[in-house]
Design a protein around this ligand. Sequence first.
Ligand SMILES: NC(=O)c1ccc[n+]([C@@H]2O[C@H](COP(=O)([O-])OP(=O)(O)OC[C@H]3O[C@@H](n4cnc5c(N)ncnc54)[C@H](O)[C@@H]3O)[C@@H](O)[C@H]2O)c1
Length: 316
Amino acid sequence: MKKNVALFGLGRIGVMHAKNIVLNSKLKLKYVYDINQKIAKIYSKKLKCFNLKSPSKAFSDKSIDIIFISSTTSTHIPLITKSVKSKKIVFCEKPLDLNINKVIKCKKYIKKHKPKIQLGFNRRYDPGHYALKRSLLSGKIGKLEKIIITSRDPAPPSFKYLKSSGGIFRDMTIHDFDMVRFYLGNDEIKEIFATASNISSKKFNDIKDYELATCVLKSTTGVICTINNSRHYKYGYDQRIEVFGSKGCLISENKKKYNFFIDRYKTAYKLQLQDLVNLANKNKKPRASFIDGEKALLLANAAYKSLSSKKVIKIT
Ligand SMILES: NC(=O)c1ccc[n+]([C@@H]2O[C@H](COP(=O)([O-])OP(=O)(O)OC[C@H]3O[C@@H](n4cnc5c(N)ncnc54)[C@H](O)[C@@H]3O)[C@@H](O)[C@H]2O)c1
């Protein structure tokens, strides 16, 4: 039987997720809710589902199995809390929140409900990036020594979005922090140094954000990780990862030119949704969880601490 889904937030990413849910044979998109009712009405018609005028029905309706959260970041923690209390399975977009205290408080509160939560770290599902993980596990390149990530957007998102995004480390680099943790497995990051600047667009100065950033991280076993970010790149969306080890190195390359993350990670978003189906139907642990969201946010916070102090920050 299909699992019923209520989706919150029909913005850039929410519409894409909603379309994928409709296409998935194991899921049924029953409700959508967006505070922008104009958008919600348009898409509920297009997607042949009900438009909720208030969110409460999604939680009280016993037929709803999954709450899918793709709304603005500040809504994530309250929606996760309500969903878990209502015994729903949860998918939530990254980041969990911009405030680590809220995340920790929520974690403590929902623990007793044994929540089933998948976090939207879609890059873990990219076939190229995941192939590196599989090769690492099979020992193909021996002992892991370095992780080198290049992650550049073709162009920055709107300044309206950027203003409330939490800044480059919490909004953009958070994906890369997560990928570093994904490849490291049980090995944890023990220190980080971050630097950032604005050269082409001084507009970032006005919102106290950055268009260029680099982070250098080191793990407990000594693996050195470099993350190289830019909010713009004339070439297009630039996503490359290299894992370097004692027996060689492996690279996940740009497959072709993309101008939007939704096109670049099209397959990853679909595989991510399949993992949600497996969580709902088989109770299979998803590839990215609430804890992964918390740990990536801790690294983003440490990056800001390093940036302001110009020092290497120890992760405890
Ligand atoms: N995993 C990824 O690749 C990826 C990419 C982009 C964005 N995101 C994340 O997804 C989230 C949404 O990003 P976006 O780019 O789609 O933003 P967006 O601004 O385009 O869309 C957000 C939508 O949420 C709606 N909304 C706001 N408050 C709401 C509420 N209380 N209930 C229901 N809807 C509400 C807004 O009206 C809007 O339509 C953010 O947390 C962002 O970090 C993830």
